[in-house]
Design a protein around this ligand. Sequence first.
Ligand SMILES: [Zn+2]
Ligand SMILES: [Zn+2]
Length: 349
Amino acid sequence: MLFGSCYCHPSSPVSRRRLLCAGGAGFVSALIGTLVGNERTARAQALGSKVPEVDRVAVRIVTDNQVIQFIPSEKRDGLTIERRTGANLTPDAPPRTALHGEWGLSMHAESQRGNEVRNVLIDFGYTPETLINNMSILKIDPANFDALVLSHGHYDHFGGMVGFLSANKGKLKKNLPFFVGGEDSFCTRETAFGQYGALDRKAILDADLALMMAEGPAIVADHGFTTGKIAQVSSEKPLQPSKEKVGVVNGFGCFPDKMSPAKNTGAFIPDDFEHEIATNFLVKGKGLVVLASCSHRGIINAIKQTQAVSGIQKVHAVIGGLGHPLCSRNSIRLHNVRSGLAAPGQPTG
Ligand SMILES: [Zn+2]
Ligand SMILES: [Zn+2]
């Protein structure tokens, strides 16, 4: 969360950031980082007419609201759902670890085409502690990541990012692409409960990530693709649970010259989530696998956008947040979509 003019989680393991936040040096450092970052931002590779296809994709839910033990794994047509029933990494020793549940979402997608494997992390959950703990138990190695994607600029999706980047400093691939749905992702946000933070651009660039702006549909790590802005074509309407403000303060926020004049009011305005993106894969012989987030723009809209940008109608699976009654007026009628699996995660109501 934003604490006063500085942006540090009090229990964050990121000691350097805490140091920067503690003194005036933080202001200068963050500001320089932002300016440098502005020049190093790149436009993501657009999704062309040929949609990448993969042989298989495995999606692991890393952070979610709940961890429910003792539900058996199951197989459905073309789908295997594995549920981890314990976290004992060494069966001949007492269990010392457990998967943690918390408000927030993070997913890991491992795709394969022939012998080629790609690993993508989508979102970072609310805290780095949960993210790192669960990644370790699920045996997900950040050194293998080929891309990071942030679905939208809400704290329960990026809150774990700074701590994750700090814990993996020097371990991630150099110039690892970090996809966001546009400058709007960086705007400062607030809810009815107060400040809701802003994405730390400096932390992204300090970690030698390549910041990829993906306002339109874009290729992710050769195998997947993002939707770009999700059009409102169904009856779903965002309830706008947060407000956003354009401007940069102490290095945090979105650049006014990169935002539409209508949003550049200098005040908090209702959040339209035009930067929210879904990440998707086309699995050979099966169809689309749609990885949604909060689905503020509506899960049906996210699916329809995926179909529109790919030209593929068949949906094999929908995984992620299907919208929350507090967040959106989603009337979820997934039976209208030819889907093999609907796996609701945070923040489905
Ligand atoms: Zn969320
Ligand atoms: Zn959200």
